[in-house]
Design a protein around this ligand. Structure first.
Ligand code: MIC
Ligand code: SF4
Length: 644
């Protein structure tokens, strides 16, 4: 039996475990990346583990999320990351160099290698045939120290692409179609592998748009083959020596298979407030809009920007619409300037933002009250834009540009023939904003600068013998880490300051939660399906830990968040019977006898709802490594105790 691409990469990196779906496996990690919003925690943990120098082939620290600097906080964090990177052997991508995933694809991604990043969109690298996975900062720190990365060996879903995209239909529509097909839980426990004749019609940046948003499926990763288009892209980046071909064996076996006819696709939009709430744009045509934002790690490549520039050339953005454009990287920005397309964007009235995450993470550009915002981004979770009652639609750059001019939702296929944008023969290469680390000899003299915004990480605690506490919060299905630990311009500056962050925990769902958690001395949270989907931010575990959360009980968990909970010693427990969700209410007193013992070696435990007297069976499905980590009160304690 042959291998899929995913299996080939896993096989080449397997450190322990068996390559069998559902088994825990450990992978050797070749490259890591961090961004500033999760990076400070990752490096504080790297320091706490006393790792002097990174042991990966390449580790890069990017600054792209918190670039507003409305106070000293972000600037402090930037300087901390810059100095810690220099000292510990990492490359440092300075603010202004671009969004981590876009820059990594351009300058560092290598087919067939493994990459983990403290950002859920790390699978973007799958566009170049790399196995990229989002992880918590602590897991990234462990990988930087040469430790393996543990995942559940994924299922492999084959997405067969046939045909070719029509005019004004683009890569974004492909991934929106996949989201329509599979939903935001449809990729949990799986890697999506793209195959078929249609693959050849897609450039690396188009493929990267698709793998990027695979994160919204809950997938562990998404990956494309490495072929002549990959070679062309790497050559244009002056990196042809990084090319290796990679494809699935013809007799590879997949866990599931779907076919998408690219020629049949129409422009699509993900409607509020979930990336899988997909409709055809023509059904939304004519709806009045207030704002358009183009950019983010999903759609900020040179070809996306050139398409938008060609569509806006000689036109003016509608007076009722505010249009922001954030190019994905300095390379994209520079090339837009060199060819004159930037002038076309400016002339049309676009508000050009720096090449960073910007509005995607709510750093400015919040829509007006009850505003309708069209964004080429990847997430439209409630309140993520910074305006709680805004309606955010996720669309392609083509739909965004057409609608920005018209002032209403517009299907671009009604506009005649589309501009033809080809990949350049050669990109403009200038890595002057990538700072190199100090040599081993010089490293000792590098002083790590820590501003007052950088506060210590809360320490995990070992589980109690018997757990007796209150259910301090009950939430529904598909709770995102944006609900648990919101971001945005007001909150993001405190990503290195857990005590301050805790004031905002879960406030999207319940304004009183932080105060209640403190008053009750912590407790347990009850969630529905897919608890913790979305961002990789480990703050969504760290902050509840700080507030005294001992366990989260849910119908099911999203992969990265579940790993983060374990890393910080909060037990993620599932309900044996989903219907029992209705048997516990907020404020109920709960009791789990033999809690620590159950974590040690039992697959089950019984929760007694002391308020109602009902008994609720629980499932504790952990690997033996996860059990040891939970018993130690988290990974930091566990590694300090000498385990690997
Ligand atoms: C996001 O898109 O939500 C983020 C901001 O990039 C996060 C990381 C973070 O919260 O810092 C992610 O996707 O992991
Ligand atoms: Fe940045 Fe948005 Fe991409 Fe997250 S999804 S890395 S915030 S651009």
């Amino acid at each position: 039996m042959g291998y899929s691409i995913v299996q080939k990469i896993i096989k080449n990196h397997l450190v322990s475990g068996e390559m069998k779906t559902g088994e825990e496996i450990a992978l050797k990690i070749d490259q890591t990346l961090t961004q500033d919003a999760t990076g400070t925690m990752a490096y504080l943990q790297l320091e706490a583990m006393e790792i002097d120098r990174v042991k990966t082939e390449l580790s890069v620290a990017y600054i792209d999320h918190n670039t507003l600097q409305s106070g000293f906080e972000n600037a402090d964090d930037h300087r901390y990351i810059q100095t810690v990177a220099k000292k510990h052997g990492l490359k440092f991508s300075r603010p202004g160099n671009g969004i981590c995933h876009q820059v990594h694809l351009e300058r560092f991604g290598v087919p067939g290698k493994t990459l983990i990043g403290s950002d859920s969109h790390t699978p973007t690298a799958g566009g170049i045939g790399m196995l990229g996975m989002g992880a918590g900062g602590l897991d990234v720190a462990v990988a930087m120290g040469g430790g393996a990365y543990y995942i559940t060996c994924p299922k492999v879903i084959k997405m067969n692409l046939v045909g070719a995209l029509s005019d004004y239909v683009s890569a974004k529509d492909v991934i929106l179609e996949v989201l329509r097909l599979l939903g935001v839980k449809g990729g949990v426990g799986a890697v999506i592998e793209y195959a078929g004749e249609g693959v050849k019609t897609l450039s690396v940046p188009q493929r990267a748009t698709i793998t990027n948003m695979g994160a919204e499926l809950g997938a562990t990763s998404s990956v494309f083959p490495s072929d002549e288009n990959t070679y062309k892209f790497l050559k244009a980046q002056g990196r042809e020596e990084d090319y290796t071909p990679l494809s699935a064996d013809s007799d590879a076996v997949y866990d599931a298979e779907y076919t998408i006819d690219l020629s049949a696709l129409k422009p699509l939009a993900a409607c509020p407030h979930s990336p899988d709430n997909v409709k055809i744009v023509s059904e939304l045509s004519g709806m009045k809009i207030d704002q358009v934002c183009i950019g983010s790690c999903t759609n900020s490549s040179l070809s996306d920007m050139l398409t938008v520039a060609a569509m806006l050339k000689g036109k003016t953005v509608h007076p009722d619409v505010s249009l922001s454009i954030s190019p994905g990287s300095k390379q994209v920005y520079t090339m837009l300037a060199e060819c004159g397309a930037l002038a076309d964007l400016i002339a049309a009235g676009a508000r050009i933002l720096e090449c960073a995450c910007g509005p995607c993470i709510g750093m400015g550009f919040s829509p007006k009250s009850a505003g309708v915002s069209l964004r080429t981004f990847n997430r439209n979770f409630l309140a993520r834009s910074g305006t709680a009652d805004a309606s955010v639609y996720l669309v392609s750059p083509e739909v965004a540009a057409a609608s920005a001019v018209a002032g209403v939702f517009t299907d671009p296929t009604t506009l005649g023939s589309a501009p033809k944008i080809a990949l350049p023969e050669r990109f403009t290469i200038n890595d002057n904003l990538i700072e190199l680390p100090a040599s081993v000899e010089e490293a000792a003299n590098v002083v790590v600068e820590r501003g007052p915004n950088i506060k210590p990480i809360p320490k995990g605690v070992a589980p109690a013998k018997n757990l007796e506490c209150e259910l301090i919060l009950k939430v529904g299905d598909n709770i995102t880490t944006d609900h648990i630990m919101p971001a945005g311009a007001k909150i993001l500056p405190y990503r290195s300051n857990v005590p301050k962050l805790s004031e905002f925990c879960f406030t999207v769902c319940d304004k009183e939660f932080p105060a209640r958690a403190v008053a009750k001395g912590g407790g347990v949270i009850l969630g529905g399906q897919n608890y913790g989907q979305g961002s990789s931010r480990e703050h969504a575990a760290l902050v509840p830990l700080y507030l005294g959360v001992k366990a989260v009980i849910a119908k099911s968990f999203a992969r990265i968040h579940m790993a983060n909970l374990v890393n910080f010693g909060i037990a993620p427990i599932t309900l044996k019977n989903e219907a029992d969700y209705d048997l516990i209410a907020e404020g109920d007193k709960i009791y789990i006898e033999g809690f620590a013992d159950a974590i040690k070696d039992s697959e089950s435990a019984m929760l007694i709802n002391k308020t109602s007297g009902k008994k609720i069976p629980l499932v504790l499905s952990f690997s033996s490594r996860q059990r040891e980590i939970l018993l130690a009160g988290g990974t930091l304690n566990y590694t300090k105790a000498g385990a690997k």
